[in-house]
Ligand binder design. Structure first.
Ligand code: ASP
Length: 428
């Protein structure tokens, strides 16, 4: 009998996790799940995070240093950045169109607003405070690390990417004067070894995903009455985000893969399932990165030269799902507060949400912190996030899936344009 593919195991485990979470919420045993099952998911997530930073460093240095000419690097970089910015702006625009059509905030009663306000005031204050410490200029200055080892230790991805690129370029430039082949081989082998670790970790993925899903659902359902209440009030808002995500994925990524890449859509969709399931259950594109790289290289067939540069960068700066969600949320909150946003304000949402999504760290729940910056820009009270805090986690799961798929799409398109797509093993 053919072995059941890994993504089916993950999917089955996800289903069991959801059931376990619901049962524990119903039987009042959420404490047990959160104490004993949650750590299993956390260990799995830690394993993935453990390899994310070394993988970015080794694969980027190896990728850049093995490029034959630096102009190719500039070309790939230019295409990547243009596609990342373009797709994010389109994602936010789709979000704005959908939210304006559905108008989820239009008929929310003042009592519901009051109830949400009372429930989430304190948490909202903390997030607004966290956002106060973020400045766009500081973020740009912060790309350049003063100490790369500190950046590695603190998982400052953008700084790690910057340092790795410089080291890779320096090794390329030294090639004419010194024998750099050995050191490049070392980086290549290290990055292969890390991918091997990914394969080992993925052997326990179903158990990890089961534990993560069970604890997320148990946590959401700890207060089932409040959850039911929230879902009722916010169902249209959540639907607006989810519909916009589906439109962006099918329309924009569908067109990009279908028209601009040499990869059949079916192969791309099947290849991405493990990474998407992991993104959904972990809500972190950084933790998913090692698996994204593996899927894109081994299953889609993107050459390492492209994936090792495009994917780490994408996990750090390209967040279509987050930008789209910030657009929908900003309009929703404004409507509930009785504010009509004119066209200029909506254009400002596209601009600031694009920047905010670049600055969002690829870990759970940061998108909503950066949303406060977008709200501030268009003059909507920042504590408006308290209206949507209660349902942020499920939406975070969905937007992270889009973030990861967006990175993979751009990697596939860029690799196709450079003639760097191979048939994956077992296919031709
Ligand atoms: N969780 C998202 C990610 O890691 C970021 C966010 O929108 O909060 O991609």
């Amino acid at each position: 009998m053919k072995r059941l593919a890994l993504h089916w195991w993950i999917l089955i485990a996800m289903g069991f996790g959801v059931v376990a979470g619901i049962v524990s919420a119903q039987t009042g045993t959420t404490g047990f799940v959160l104490t004993w099952v949650d750590p299993v998911g956390e260990i799995f997530l830690n394993l993935l995070k453990m390899i994310a930073v070394p993988l970015v460093l080794f694969s980027l240095v190896a990728g850049v240093a093995s490029l034959n000419d630096t102009s190719k690097m500039g070309r790939i970089g230019g295409k990547t950045i243009a596609l990342y910015l373009g797709t994010t702006a389109v994602a936010i625009t789709i979000g704005l169109i959908v939210v304006n059509l559905i108008d989820p905030g239009g008929d929310m009663s003042p009592e519901t607003v009051e109830r949400l306000r009372a429930a989430f005031q304190e948490e909202a204050n903390q997030r607004v405070e966290a956002a106060r410490q973020v400045s766009i200029v500081d973020q740009i200055v912060g790309i350049v690390p003063t100490n790369p080892f500190w950046a590695l230790a603190e998982t400052k991805m953008l700084q790690v990417v910057f340092f790795a690129l410089m080291l890779g370029v320096a090794l390329t430039r030294l090639r004419n004067k010194k024998d750099t082949a050995h050191i490049v081989t070392v980086f290549e082998l290290l990055s292969d070894a890390i991918i091997e670790i990914v394969h080992l970790i993925m052997k326990i993925a179903p158990i990890g995903v089961f534990a993560m899903m069970a604890s997320v659902i148990a946590d959401l359902g700890e207060d089932p009455d409040k959850m039911r209440d929230l879902l009722g009030a916010l169902v249209w808002y959540m639907l607006a985000v989810i519909i916009a995500i589906i439109i962006h994925a099918t329309l924009v990524y569908g067109v990009l893969i279908g028209w601009l890449s040499k990869v059949p859509i079916g192969r791309f969709v099947r290849a991405m399932v493990p990474a998407q399931l992991l993104a959904f259950s972990s809500s972190s594109s950084a933790a998913t990165l090692p698996v994204t790289i593996d899927c894109v290289e081994k299953e889609v067939g993107v050459d390492e030269e492209v994936s090792s540069f495009v994917l780490p960068l994408g996990a750090t700066i390209n967040m279509d799902g987050t930008g789209l969600y910030q657009g929908v949320a900003a309009v929703f909150i404004a409507t509930v507060y009785g504010m009509e946003l004119d066209l200029w304000q909506q254009v400002q949402i596209v601009l600031t949400a694009s920047l905010a999504s670049i600055g969002t760290a690829a870990v759970p729940g940061v998108g909503i912190v950066m949303l406060t910056i977008v709200l501030d820009q268009i003059g909507v009270p920042q504590d408006g996030i308290l209206l949507i805090l209660g349902v942020d986690r499920p939406l975070d799961m969905c937007r992270t899936v889009l973030n990861v798929t967006g990175d993979a799409t751009v990697a596939t398109v860029v690799a196709s344009s450079e003639g760097l797509i191979h048939a994956p093993p077992g296919q031709s």
